[in-house]
Write a protein that binds this ligand. Structure first.
Ligand code: AMP
Ligand code: MG
Length: 285
């Protein structure tokens, strides 16, 4: 399959390109597009066969459910019959944005999209390209990160192309995305709601809007035999193709150790990158 790449300018979104991409989605094909979190691999969420293509292109285990992306809050009514009051408040506060909420699903949502679960994950992204594409594509677009399963999530169209070129119909290149971190997943089928995956929105931010949230204990790194409630959390993620070394200690020791490692690697002809924080970047220079 040849993967078409189309550039889109955020300031003047070309309707013709959106229409072309939307037609691919409505026909059950795959289009990668930018969202404010990471690039997503979009397919019609209401077609089980389209969901199947996502799993194949990503090499994603089929029990790892997809998030359904909508562009209008009112479309939530098609996906679930039970929208708790707290969800309405959270949607007002954080949608469009990097929040995914889990609800009991309606019959029209295929099990192929929910990984066989009776619940559905829903998000409303704020990226204008994502919004236009969802609206034109039928209103319900499942979109996991547009990378091969296990690899880092893509924040540019080039990353998507490296991973998925030849396996998907189209890539919309809308430049680099803002957040680079997945949405926070909040289970609204339990009370108080439970964070199943940490992300851009924190527990403290939720608690400014609703009284209390809990966190799935299995994702806190505490020894437990239970499986995480978000099936995807049990899989390997963010695995770069490079060797990664974590250096821990006091800041001076860290800087020295990192310099040593870098020196050694460069002498061996390797390319090296250092991940630093605002506090450590200056001191490490
Ligand atoms: P991704 O779109 O690749 O960032 O991953 C979607 C995440 O949402 C995975 O960790 C899934 O396990 C999780 N997820 C999707 N649907 C559900 C659901 N119905 N219940 C719990 N977790 C879900
Ligand atoms: Mg992912």
């Amino acid at each position: 399959m040849k993967t078409e790449i189309e550039k889109l300018n955020l300031e003047a979104i070309d309707d013709k390109i959106i229409a072309k991409a939307a037609a691919i989605i409505r026909d059950g094909g795959l289009v990668a597009f930018p969202t404010e979190t990471v690039y997503g691999l979009g397919a019609d969420a209401m077609q089980a066969s389209a969901a199947k293509k996502i799993y194949e292109a990503k090499g994603r285990p089929s029990d790892n459910p997809l998030i359904v992306h909508i562009a209008e809050v009112s479309d939530l009514r098609n996906l679930t019959d039970e929208v708790p009051g707290k969800a309405v408040k959270l949607a007002k506060a954080f949608w469009p944005g990097p929040l995914t909420m889990i609800f009991e699903k309606t019959d029209i949502v295929p099990y192929g999209t929910t990984g066989g679960l009776d619940t559905v994950a829903v998000r409303m992204p704020s990226d204008p390209i994502a919004r236009e594409l969802i609206l034109a594509g039928g209103g319900f677009v499942s979109a996991p990160s547009a990378n091969t399963s296990g690899r880092p999530s893509p924040t540019t169209a080039e990353h998507v192309s490296e991973d998925l070129s030849g396996k998907i119909d189209m890539i919309i290149d809308g430049g680099s995305v803002d957040i680079g971190l997945e949405s926070t997943i909040l289970d609204m089928t339990v009370n108080p709601p439970m964070i199943l995956r940490p992300g851009a929105i924190t527990a403290e931010m939720f608690e400014e809007v609703i009284d209390h949230v809990t966190i799935d204990e299995t994702i806190l790194g505490i020894e437990t035999k239970k499986a995480p409630k978000a099936p995807g959390m049990k899989y390997r993620h963010y695995a770069p193709k490079a060797k990664l070394t974590i250096v821990e200690g006091n800041i001076r020791e860290e800087v020295l150790a990192i310099r040593q490692l870098v020196y050694e690697a460069i002498r061996q002809g390797k390319r090296v990158g250092i991940i630093a924080t605002n506090e450590t970047i200056e001191i490490g220079r």
